[in-house]
Design a binder for this molecule. Structure first.
Ligand code: NAD
Length: 350
């Protein structure tokens, strides 16, 4: 990562939603998902270097607003993100986000970026990266339950990173399934629209649950999950907001990002606090095994962790010179004498 020259320090590169769309389209969605997954994998392999804390959450009856900070000692990053499942009924998105990367040596921001699109990309890249270690070999069909904003990103990440060829779509809202099927046309993946979760999981070796509802929901019951399945559970990511029946958890080998956060927010909030889980970074370094047999049920209890956002911001920062897709933001006061902030404020009067 290159530090800007002193004269440029007052200007902070800002990646707007429009810039992010340009970056995605110039790099190509699948290339970007693959490159993002590599950044996330690199950072997961140096997991122990990072400052880690469960995210700071402000809950309300309607949803949650969260701050997700981390640092590798050289660079600091944080994301602001919300989760409001009822938003889409009023024409707002369930999840929106933005984030900052900063230089630890002087505290100056290096990047301010939209992260609504970037969160969808990093979540999909993380899911597929994890599935590379956990899904049964030669898995080519995925059930995708919940066809909202995250859905197509998940489908394409599993296509380009795991070789998934068919995605079986189901949502309680048929319009969401129709939207996803339409968007996945000509993306090189076969999209099959289904009328129930049961129909969607038929023949699928991977099941992704990506629904939004602030309750202990049961998107999958125990009898729906056959041996050898890999479950990528995305939507249970808040206290009181889960997707899987507890009995599935008891039959599964459970893999998580950061246990102190997942025990609060993930599917495993339904289990005892000492229930054994495996940290996925240890599988990536080779210290622990991922899938051990063809019959094992593996579950990635995904809640989304700060290091994934750090990796995504690090990736976007590295694309600034490659794409030129950003604007300079006059974000940091820049007095001629660093101690004369007051004099700088009066400058227009002179
Ligand atoms: P969204 O509101 O755009 O889509 C959610 C979809 O789920 C909707 O289409 C809704 O109709 C559907 N749904 C609700 N209940 C259902 C049910 N019982 N069966 C089938 N479908 C159902 O939300 P989104 O942005 O796609 O996010 C989906 C979920 O993923 C949210 O809960 C969000 O908090 C979570 N999320 C997790 C991560 C992570 O890192 N783990 C990252 C981003 C989002």
């Amino acid at each position: 990562m290159t530090t800007p020259t002193p004269s440029k320090l007052a200007m902070v590169p800002f990646v707007s939603v429009d810039n992010m769309m340009q970056i995605v389209n110039s790099i190509g969605l699948e290339n970007m998902l693959t490159e993002l997954a590599a950044y996330i994998e690199d950072d997961f392999k140096r997991w122990e270097l990072f400052d880690k804390t469960p995210r700071v959450a402000a809950h309300s009856a309607e949803g949650v607003i969260e701050l997700m900070p981390t640092s590798d000692g050289e660079v600091y990053g944080f994301k602001y993100v919300n989760g409001h499942p009822k938003n889409q009924q009023q024409g707002f998105q369930t999840v929106t986000a933005f984030g900052v990367l900063a230089d630890v040596s002087n505290g100056y921001p290096l990047l301010l970026s939209e992260m609504t699109i970037l969160t969808a990309l990093r979540t999909a890249a993380t899911s597929a990266l994890v599935a590379k270690y956990l899904a049964p070999t030669a898995a080519n069909t995925m059930a995708m339950i919940g066809n909202g904003a995250q859905c197509e990103f998940q489908a394409l990440a599993f296509k380009c990173i795991c070789g998934v060829e068919t995605v079986r779509l189901y949502d309680i809202d048929q319009n969401a399934t129709a939207k996803a099927a339409r968007n996945l046309t000509n993306q090189g993946i076969k999209a099959v629209s289904c009328c129930s979760s049961q129909e969607a999981i038929s023949g699928a070796q991977i099941i992704t649950t990506c629904t939004a509802d602030k309750q202990l929901a049961t998107i999958l019951t125990d009898n729906m999950v056959g041996s050898g399945t890999h479950i990528n559970a995305i939507g249970g990511d808040c206290p009181g907001k889960t997707e899987l029946h507890r009995d599935i958890l008891l039959r599964s080998e459970i893999f998580v990002e950061y246990p102190p956060q997942t025990r609060i927010e993930g599917e495993i909030q339904q289990l005892d606090n000492d229930h054994e889980v495996t940290e996925i970074w240890k599988v990536m370094t080779g210290a622990l095994k991922g899938r051990r047999s063809d019959t094992q049920i593996t579950l990635f209890d995904s809640v989304g962790f700060a290091i994934e956002d750090f990796s995504a911001l690090r990736y976007i920062h590295d694309q600034l010179s490659r794409t030129g897709c950003y604007v300079d933001l006059d974000l940091i006061a820049d007095p001629d004498d660093p101690r004369d902030l007051f004099g700088m404020v009066l400058r227009p009067q002179n």
